[in-house]
Design a protein around this ligand. Structure first.
Ligand code: DC
Length: 226
């Protein structure tokens, strides 16, 4: 099998990872894998069962009953399939964001998702975004980007997204939640959010989407000559 190319994009919530990764994947003809959506699906599944995402025993007891599928529509958008049901829209709430962060700290969950993520990268050229892609999931990725922005800028973007969906969360609530999640994701024991030593940092605070895509495209070209 020909060797595949992997591009890892890590960073905190709201830095623009998904938007950028999706655009680049389309341009390059790569698979796009939003790994946060996978953790969100686990959180949503447990939530429906009434299991607290912090309850290790509960998580361990029910996790085997979950089958996760990833599908793509004709626009390249990723759909999350939970035991046969498309839950892509249901997992995009502030409540599930926090629960995904809680649930992602458990070893049993991270172990289960690790092989799933690596399998995709073994078979296809991928742009994978998350928190631990360059450090743990794909440590040999040819390109590693650490995408970041100030907490205020990230909260402003998230707040606008939520407002566009008609949600009532205030900017202050969104900022507080993002900061709590940043802290939790960077301080957990297993695979915390951190910049890989060989990652290139791209700060998106003062760049628009086109600017970020252009900056990353240049890095990808340098590293892979595609
Ligand atoms: O990228 P996101 O906001 O959709 O991710 C939701 C949560 O999932 C995030 O707060 C932490 C967890 N996550 C993780 O632990 N590892 C990843 N590779 C991706 C997400």
């Amino acid at each position: 099998m020909a060797k595949t190319i992997s591009i890892a994009i890590d960073g905190p919530g709201g830095a623009g990872k998904s938007t950028i990764a999706k655009r680049l994947a389309k341009e390059l003809g790569y698979y796009y894998v939003d790994t946060g959506a996978i953790y969100r699906t686990v959180a949503y599944f447990l939530d429906l069962l009434g299991i607290s995402p912090k309850d290790v025993d509960g998580v361990e007891r029910y996790i085997d009953e979950l089958t996760i599928g990833i599908e793509y529509d004709e626009d390249g958008a990723q759909h999350m399939i939970m035991n046969g049901m498309d839950v892509s829209a249901d997992i995009r709430t502030p409540d599930i964001s926090m629960k995904a962060s809680d649930v992602s700290a458990h070893k049993v969950v991270r172990d289960m998702l690790l092989d799933m993520q690596r399998d995709v990268a073994k078979k296809h050229n991928v742009i994978m975004d998350g928190r631990d892609i360059g450090t743990v999931v794909l440590p040999r990725a040819q390109v590693k980007i650490f995408l970041t922005a100030s907490a205020e800028v990230r909260a402003k973007r998230r707040h606008m997204e939520l407002q566009a969906k008609g949600k009532k969360d205030t900017y202050e609530q969104v900022l507080a939640e993002l900061q709590k999640r940043d802290y939790q994701d960077s301080h957990r024991e297993i695979a915390p959010l951190k910049q890989a030593k060989d990652a290139v940092v791209v700060d998106t605070s003062n760049l628009d989407i086109d600017g970020v895509v252009a900056a990353i495209r240049t890095i990808v070209q340098e590293k892979t000559a595609v």
